[in-house]
Design a binder for this molecule. Structure first.
Ligand code: ADP
Ligand code: MG
Length: 228
């Protein structure tokens, strides 16, 4: 039996719930993600993709409904436990890379290790391996401003996986990239799934990205449409 790593039941998110004009962003989402699966979350702008990702990635709290990650009902976690869960078990990649401009490539990638209180001698080998893995060997000392958009996104992927997260969440990771740089990023994500069994859920509105993933699900007006 395939292992379910993340599950939602009747997940609802309403923004401005107490105002005269509430926004019903998620209207009851049921989904199951399997371990080692690469899932694309598709849909038009405003369909609720980022909202859904933020709820399941523990970056926000839903209005109602159930989310379990590795069998843990995350609504039961305190803020401190959620922070620890994010740092140890989840990885994030955003459209705008979200790198620290003052830190070089190596330091940006090592940041989650430092946040866990690890020493350089404990993480150095791993960080260098990951830099090699994303094809940026030799660029360790460069600042983000000295890298192309595609290279910056590869740094953000490296940072997201350095702690070996159970799930990698990516919100339109290739939206700001030209098609060549986008293909490099998507191929790296595919290889992480094939080589390490990384679980990835990626928001995209590019239908062609389907060829990189195991399954695509569509959101429309806050509801899950179909799965294939
Ligand atoms: P997508 O990522 O698919 O473009 P979003 O999840 O960003 O869609 O947005 C879904 C709906 O929720 C939209 O109508 C959007 O305007 C609304 N929305 C998103 N974030 C907020 C917020 N913080 N406050 C109020 N409404 C929001
Ligand atoms: Mg979005």
């Amino acid at each position: 039996m395939e292992k379910i790593i993340l599950q939602t039941k009747q997940l609802v998110k309403t923004y401005k719930a107490d105002s005269p004009s509430p926004v019903y962003a998620l209207k009851g989402i049921d989904i199951q993600l399997k371990k080692g699966e690469f899932v694309a979350l598709m849909g038009r702008s405003g369909s609720g993709k980022s909202t859904f990702l933020h709820q399941i990635a523990l970056l926000d709290r839903p209005t109602s409904g159930y989310i379990a990650i590795k069998g843990v009902d995350v609504s039961e976690l305190s803020e401190k436990e959620r922070a620890e869960f994010r740092l140890k078990m989840l990885g994030y990649v955003f459209q705008d890379y979200a790198l620290i401009p003052e830190l070089n490539l190596y330091e940006n990638i090592a940041l989650p290790m430092m946040a866990l209180g690890k020493k350089k001698k404990e993480y150095n080998k791993e960080v260098l391996e990951i830099i090699e893995r994303v094809g940026l060997h030799g660029r360790e000392g460069n600042l983000p401003s000295e890298l192309s958009g595609g290279e910056q996104q590869r740094v953000s992927i490296a940072r997201a996986i350095v702690n070996k997260p159970d799930i990698l969440f990516a919100d339109e990771p290739t939206a700001n990239l030209d098609s060549e740089a986008a293909a490099v990023v998507l191929n790296i994500m595919r290889e992480l799934v094939d080589e390490y069994g990384q679980t990835i859920i990626m928001v995209t509105h590019e239908p062609d990205d389907k060829k990189y993933v195991d399954r695509a699900v569509w959101l429309k007006d806050g509801k899950l449409q179909s799965s294939q």
